[in-house]
Design a protein around this ligand. Sequence first.
Ligand code: PLP
Length: 402
Amino acid sequence: MTDITLAPIQPDQPSHLMATYGRQAISFVRGRGAYLYTEDGTEYLDALTGIAVCGLGHAHPVIAEAIAEQAATLVHTSNLFEIPWQTAAAQKLAEVSGMEEIFFSNSGAESNEGAIKIARKFGTQQGVSSPKIIVAEQSFHGRTLATLSATGNKKVQDGFAPLTNDFIRVPFGDVEAIQEAALQHPDIVAILIEPIQGEGGINTAPQGFSYLEEVRNICNQHNWLMMLDEIQTGNGRTGKYFAYQHTNIVPDVLTTAKGLGNGFPVGAVMTQGKAVGLLGPGSHGSTYGGTVLGSRVVYTVIDTIQKENAVENAAVVGGYIVDQLRAQLADKNVQVRGFGMMIGIQLPKDCGELVAIARDQHKLIINVTAGSVVRLLPPINMTQAQADDLLERLIALINNYL
Ligand SMILES: *Cc1c(COP(=O)(O)O)cnc(C)c1O
């Protein structure tokens, strides 16, 4: 093992890191399941899991062993060769997603870039010279130039003009706005939406998941690709393997990342039906996409989610957390929303300061998004006892605050 010990970070110490993040002045040196630990051994309950990434919890022994064994065997050979673990990972992902073709990338944004390329290719094949994609207000699709252009958040786009002109924006959940856009823009070829908006504030459509069915119908009617961004909602997060499985529809294009690697950087863009075959030889690629190591991690994560019945657990324990929050906060002016282990508590006022209060006073790691929404993204395999622990800390936090 390494004999390097890092000095603790001093608050006034100059850093060479680009100042792109507003970081909390705390670091964790170790994790186990739903808990994180600082150097001095203080334990924190993690209801954020690295932003919906470590769905199986921290330092999962099966994943850790797979990484260690593969790292000591073979990490990377390139996509110039057959990679049996990549084929096996794709087989597993096809099984749980219902999709046909899979391309492995390294992040969420990169997966969405793949989806946008697929939509452009689809349009080009139909003689559309400047294909357009419908996206939603308050959406988040990533930080690359195309995905930030797709994102419905001015802060993400500010200063990065020119944006790509692929996108037409409609309110999330508004089906009539989509039909109106269809009348105005004959060059629309696809829709890209999140089943539940994560960064936007755990927003579900007013009509619930039937929004996805309505969007599917419109896509069929106009011969558009239905593309779902399940980078945050996928991999068991909402109590189904993918959130669209709360409905009877299947998208044409599906993207995921975050929980797919449990902390290892991987992503995927998947196709079925009329989207199959659009990206052929030479049309897309990635040096690191689907390395031997990354693919083995994906395979092992999916296999572990299946063996632990973690998706069912997310539905049951997540449902319990939502019910308890609604009951115990009934006298407060809050709205609890979400599915499975993707839960938002809409407070009546801006509450960004709750992140520090939760951390320092309740040893609880949470996130606040969209200004006034407490966002909970606990491990999908969280136990009932841990959920009670979470509820106790959270109810005390919110009761003290409101
Ligand atoms: C996190 C996220 C992304 C971007 O993923 P990165 O891995 O940060 O590029 C895109 N879409 C959604 C819905 C996300 O939650």
